[in-house]
Design a protein around this ligand. Sequence first.
Ligand SMILES: *Cc1c(COP(=O)(O)O)cnc(C)c1O
Length: 369
Amino acid sequence: MTGWPPLRDDLRGLAPYGAPQLDVPVQLNVNENPYGPSEKCAADIARAVGDAAATLNRYPDREFTELREALAGYLNGSGGSGITPDMVWAANGSNEVMLQLLQAFGGPGRCALSFAPTYSMYPEYARDAVTEWVVGHREDDFTLDLDHARSLVLERRPSVVLLPSPNNPTGTALPPEAVSALCEAAGDGLVVVDEAYGEFRRAGTPSALELLPLHRNLVVTRTMSKAFALAGARVGYLAADPAIADAIRVVRLPYHLSAVTQATAIAALRHADELLAKVDELREERDRTVAWLRSRGLTVADSDANFALFGTFADRHEVWQQLLDRGVLIRETGPSGWLRVSIGTAQEMESFRAALTEVLDTPHEEELR
Ligand SMILES: *Cc1c(COP(=O)(O)O)cnc(C)c1O
């Protein structure tokens, strides 16, 4: 060991993941739902947390039985059918769920696979779980090149394949045939379809939940952070073969889901319809945003999520900075030259359009593009 603190060699010099948290008027950078819970819903959550407070001397239900039942019920009304509580697992955000999957099913001598550009946390789970990271490519329009994907799976035999649908940061959803083909190619390796943005998918785009009865190696993860407007509560979950949910228990920390978290999530799920009510509005706002960006001559990836990836700019950092100077925070992410904007309220999107119009119409536009 050299240096202080005695960090793992492969972690030395690395920066922690995270977008800038800046206090600006229009925050469109981390794909949050711009609408908070109603007063009634917030009061219900506060009451549930208040009840839990009286028993905080005790450890919480380690198996979060009531929450699993509520999540199974929700999934059966959100693209799934026949999902039972023993098929559900939950943790502090779907990030923790996926890390646990890598801890349980990855490890030394094994590899995990995804297709770039994709969510930048995936290689970090692999690294933290001491799992080799293998990355394939996507087509120029960010759809999956299925022949390439299948042959990479057959060649590398990953124990976990991470397939976001819709993908972040591109917004690209996966057709069910592709998910099925990769489940078959993966053999006993797990295929994790990360549906963090599943509720925002366009009409006619099915959820991978429908495929659960067909593939025992398929895992579908969801989160309450995005469409569900509950990012601050940190609740993510999965549905899979009960044997998979059961196996994760070996690597989870004891009582990983606090009594406060469980009470919050259960109360929020009683208000699912209300919390999700703005999803249709956000989908329309997304389609309007995509159309407007295209009308400005920009290239925009087709999006099934609550964000749009657009470009391309010779100096994307300068465009990002100029928007920030006008009080609009978006995300510098994705392949070089591209920027990602999360979909906010109609008013926030108006501010975004006004700011971007100013930036694009300034004399040095040619240098930015
Ligand atoms: C936001 C996001 C998640 C969910 O994160 P949480 O930990 O549940 O808040 C998962 N996957 C992708 C691709 C995301 O963008």
